[in-house]
Design a protein around this ligand. Structure first.
Ligand SMILES: *Cc1c(COP(=O)(O)O)cnc(C)c1O
Length: 421
């Protein structure tokens, strides 16, 4: 920050020269367009394939082929503990202790499992608060959970909206609503970054307000993990879930991540729907009656570790370990700021950047709202080798991911848009 951006190509070249993370770009495969790499600003939807994934998958294929069942204990990466090879790196990304993170299933399944543990409604305290316009899968999960306990969604779900004429939700409105619903509120469940606006919520202050009201604070961090560093343990978040195929580059349908604060995870009485992979390993194969949870987040694992859904995640996180999430964030703030600067120079297109302009309130993604022709503009971008996505109504989402996007990518994006529209 404090950088003076300008519109020359030399500026972009200089920034890339000085970027100590620039070499990570070569660690990824890019789709091709007209015999060159596309400009890939869609890592908020599906991260690119790291080049080290193929070899990592081959290692596990070979273990399976050569020693089969023995792979659980004697493979290069014993499958019995495969998720544990991943949790230290994930804990670093979300600011957790190692015992507070696990990997399993996928995001929405994990959201249901966490709600079964932490949404325990009674006649007085049964409401769930979330942001209006939350990701549809989260809306469906919450709707069906409250129905499962016999409550009506219209009464039990409180959605916080932007004020009339505004696109971003004000933090003061969230805090006031939490205080207002106080005694009837069971769970505050927000998306850390809203997928449609790119707004990053203040996880710490909303969590504290939820606790003050006597409610549980849960977070969907699909768009935050690997994008913005967090301190989930210190912020006293109760639980969080995220997927691994967006900023984490673990490929379509990769296993999801879960955080459970150790104050809950170490308590064997915290309710849950259990399976044998959450049971203490030392007694797992005694096949006895009576579930004894591991005293950590992995006590929520249900089924046998999905090794092939985790291999790419493990490989990808090696790159995050090398780059460091704090350094990635510093680059990201500059790169997204530079994109915003250039977008504001465009005179040939009519749109509004609805994502907050302060870096504190956003991650890598900028959302361009078109009151008309958004779909046409999106189509033209795709035809010209720019990969971004479109979300109804009217929003093109643009995410220059700092791990594999360069300042020259941002510049070329600007140049292409200047000529195609
Ligand atoms: C991407 C995303 C999901 C996807 O959930 P899956 O169960 O992995 O399909 C859910 N919620 C949010 C907020 C997302 O951004």
């Amino acid at each position: 920050m404090g950088i003076h951006f300008d519109t020359s190509v030399e500026f972009a070249q200089l920034m890339d020269c000085e970027d100590e993370l620039a070499m990570f770009k070569q660690q990824f495969y890019f789709p091709q367009h007209d015999n060159r790499d596309v400009i890939y600003f869609c890592g908020n939807s599906l991260g690119l394939q790291p080049k080290n994934v193929e070899a990592a998958i081959n290692v596990e294929l070979q273990t399976w082929r050569d020693i089969a069942i023995e792979g659980y204990f004697k493979g290069a990466n014993p499958w019995m503990y495969y998720h544990e090879f991943i949790t230290p790196s994930l804990a670093e990304l979300v600011g957790a202790n190692k015992n507070e993170v696990t990997v399993m299933n996928a995001l929405t399944v994990n959201l249901h499992l966490m709600m079964l543990s932490f949404y325990r409604p009674n006649a007085q305290r049964y409401k769930i608060m979330m942001e209006a316009g939350a990701f549809p899968s989260d809306q469906y999960a919450v709707e069906t959970q409250v129905k499962h306990y016999g409550f009506g969604p219209a009464e039990a779900i409180i959605e916080i909206s932007p004020r009339d004429g505004e696109k971003i939700i004000r933090e003061e409105d969230v805090l006031a609503a939490i205080a207002k619903h106080g005694g009837s509120l069971a769970l505050v469940l927000f998306g850390g970054i809203n997928y449609y606006t790119g707004q990053l919520f203040n996880i710490e202050s909303i969590t504290a307000a939820a606790h003050k009201a006597g409610a549980i604070a849960g977070w969907d961090l699909a768009h935050v993990t690997g994008n913005v560093p967090m301190q989930l343990h210190a912020w006293d978040v109760d639980f969080a879930v995220w997927c691994s195929y967006k900023y984490l580059n673990a490929g379509p349908g990769a296993a999801g991540g879960v955080f459970v604060h150790e104050k809950h995870a170490s308590d064997n009485n915290t309710g849950r729907m259990a399976g044998w992979w959450g049971n203490d390993e030392r007694i797992r194969f005694k096949m006895e009656k009576g579930f004894i949870a591991k005293p950590n987040a992995s006590g929520w694992n249900v089924s046998t570790t999905q090794v092939f859904n985790m291999v790419a995640l493990k490989a990808s996180l090696e790159l995050f370990d090398k780059a460091g999430i704090e350094k990635l964030r510093q680059k990201s703030i500059r790169l997204t700021g530079y994109l915003e600067f250039l977008l504001n120079k465009l005179t040939n297109l009519s749109f509004e950047i609805i994502t907050p302009s302060s870096p504190v309130d956003r991650g890598a993604q900028l959302c361009l709202y078109f009151s008309e022709k958004g779909k046409e503009v999106h189509k033209k971008m795709i035809e010209n080798g720019i990969v971004v996505d479109y979300r109804e109504p009217g929003v093109i989402r643009v995410a220059p991911v700092p791990l594999y996007c360069s300042y020259q990518d941002v510049y070329r994006f600007y140049e292409i848009i200047n000529t195609i529209v």
